[in-house]
Design a protein around this ligand. Structure first.
Ligand code: SF4
Length: 75
C-alpha cells in the first residue's frame, strides 16, 4: 500500500466531531472544536502508520465537508 499523508483543511471543518470518533489516534480538536492531524500538528508531513490506515479511511470517508485531505506525498 502506498503511503498516506493527511491534514485537515480547517476552513472547511464544521467541528462535527466525527473524525475524532472514527480515528482518535489521528485527529484531535482545538479548543473551538476544529479538527487537526495530531500526528504532525496538521502539517501533513508524516506518513500515517500502517496500523492506523483503517481508522484514517473511516474518518476520511465520513467527513461531511470533505475537510480531510489525503495525499501520497507530504503536503
Ligand atoms: S469529520 Fe470533518 S468536519 Fe467533522 S470535525 Fe472532522 S474534519 Fe471537521
Amino acid at each position: 500500500m502506498s503511503e498516506i499523508y493527511t491534514k485537515v483543511a480547517q476552513e472547511k471543518c464544521i467541528a462535527c466531531g466525527l473524525c475524532q470518533i472514527k480515528a482518535p489516534a489521528i485527529f484531535d480538536y482545538t479548543e473551538v472544536g476544529i479538527a487537526f492531524n495530531q500526528l504532525d500538528q496538521n502539517q501533513g508531513s508524516q506518513t500515517i502508520p500502517t496500523n492506523l490506515t483503517d481508522e484514517f479511511k473511516a474518518a476520511y470517508l465520513i467527513c461531511p465537508t470533505h475537510a480531510i485531505l489525503r495525499a501520497s506525498k507530504p503536503f
